[in-house]
Write a protein that binds this ligand. Structure first.
Ligand SMILES: Cc1cc2nc3c(=O)[nH]c(=O)nc-3n(C[C@H](O)[C@H](O)[C@H](O)COP(=O)(O)OP(=O)(O)OC[C@H]3O[C@@H](n4cnc5c(N)ncnc54)[C@H](O)[C@@H]3O)c2cc1C
Length: 392
């Protein structure tokens, strides 16, 4: 793969909206990605292997629980810093960002928000340092966009719960030490349970042959009469709102992350267009290529403004789930379109692993589907503005 020459575009001087801390956190993540991710990521994706050697580095740049308070091992940062870290990691690879998103928003967040003090003390510092990795089990083979139909259940069995069912498409499942699992109790109420690797009846078969997020490990969670200690139930919130609260946090991170993938594609295409000559001139001198590049930077700039404003509202505690849906949907579509156009600017070279664009393009096919599909986020906006849910 070519040396990483990334130069971040900032067409509207958005750096002026960032604090010194934001820029410091962002720059540290950017440097780390250049040093530790760019040199190894293409090979990991080609081999379909999660590069475990980057776990410590992710922890060091604050990617595991950026906004979790320092007393629990988190970085104690604000929402904009969290977003910027996700942007920089996804600039490297959406699969690596997925690992960080799951660990932070889908494992640490629910333990922090819905867990007991003992659970927070037991799990959060180890998750923040990467000593322990987690995964999040919501999706089931027959319940994806409609998680409320889940059939994974747990029942009271004296001094423990008995968990049965299966989850599918679970990021980090093949190597996770713990799984935050959403299941229904005997009254049909959804709760989160912390299931640990090694519990009898719990297996995590890996999902193979993905053409997308190849550097992220995906698998199933299978529960066959798993005895889960009662102290592993997260008591502070129940119902579908509990997993959806985690998804709000992860989707917000994706809205930023997608900008990173788009920036990398744009920056690569711009440099290539200025260097590559055809008909005796750089291809950047042709109007059709300029149109592509000009539209890319316009869309990136709009997405940056959307993400930044959402971050401000997240810091204030006023961002709604529907506003988060709009940003996730818009920014991922923006990124996938830019990846496609940027690939064309590179001609045949665009399909090779010499450049990152095709990998980003394939990765974004998962990003547009997970954490709520593109369609579902549109329906959320539709329901919000009309007051009429059109899901059923
Ligand atoms: C690589 C990868 C990693 C993932 N990681 C995780 C994870 O860590 N944890 C986890 O719990 N899940 C994870 N997921 C699952 C992901 O969230 C689901 O794939 C997603 O929610 C969609 O569910 P589904 O695949 O069952 O599609 P379906 O729900 O079957 O949807 C199929 C199509 O129908 C459309 N559709 C569905 N309902 C409606 C409707 N009411 N109106 C109009 N159109 C509709 C959808 O938009 C989609 O286009 C992951 C998925 C992938 C691909």
């Amino acid at each position: 793969m070519k040396a990483d020459q990334f130069q971040a575009p900032d067409y509207y001087n958005l750096d002026d909206l960032l604090s010194d801390e934001h820029k410091m956190v962002r720059d540290a993540a950017r440097e780390w990605v250049k040093r530790e991710v760019s040199p190894i990521i293409e090979e990991a994706a080609q081999k379909a292997e999660f590069p475990k050697q980057i776990i410590n580095g992710l922890a060091e740049i604050g990617a595991f629980g950026p906004y979790i308070p320092e007393e629990y091992g988190g970085a104690g940062l604000d929402q904009i810093s969290y977003g910027l870290i996700m942007q920089e990691i996804e600039r490297g690879d959406s699969g690596v960002r997925s690992t960080a998103s799951v660990q932070s928003s889908l494992v640490m967040y629910p333990i922090f928000k819905y867990g007991t003090e003992e659970q927070k003390k037991k799990y959060l510092p180890k998750l923040a340092s990467g000593e322990m990795m987690g995964c999040f089990g919501l999706t089931e083979p027959d319940h994806g966009s409609n998680p409320s139909g889940m059939t994974t259940t747990f029942k009271d069995n004296g001094d423990h719960y008995l968990l049965n069912g299966a989850k599918m498409w679970i990021s980090n499942a093949p190597f996770a030490d713990i799984a935050v699992v959403w299941a229904k109790n005997e009254e049909g109420r959804i709760y989160g349970l912390i299931v640990e690797r090694g519990m009898e009846g719990f297996t995590t078969p890996e999902t193979h042959n993905k053409w997308s997020l190849r550097a992220s490990a995906t698998g199933e969670l299978v529960f066959n009469n798993v005895k889960v200690p009662k102290e592993n139930l997260m008591p502070e919130k129940s119902g579908l709102g509990a997993p959806l609260g985690c998804l709000d946090s992860a989707r917000y991170g994706i809205a930023w992350g997608a900008i990173g993938a788009a920036m990398d594609c744009y920056d690569t295409a711009l440099r290539y267009a200025k260097e590559r000559e055809q008909f005796g001139k750089p291809i950047a001198s042709f109007q059709l290529q300029q149109k592509k590049l000009a539209e890319m930077i316009t869309e990136i700039t709009k997405a940056q403004l959307l993400a930044w404003r959402l971050g401000v509202m997240r810091n204030e505690g006023t961002a709604t789930s529907a506003q988060i849906s709009m940003a996730k949907r818009n920014n991922v579509e923006m990124a996938i379109n830019i990846a496609r156009e940027a690939r064309q600017v590179l001609g045949g070279m665009g399909i090779t692993g010499e450049y990152s664009i095709m990998r980003h393009s394939m990765n974004l096919e998962s990003v547009i589907t997970y954490e709520g599909t593109h369609d579902i986020h549109l329906l959320i906006t539709g329901a919000d503005i009309t007051g009429i849910p059109a899901f059923q």
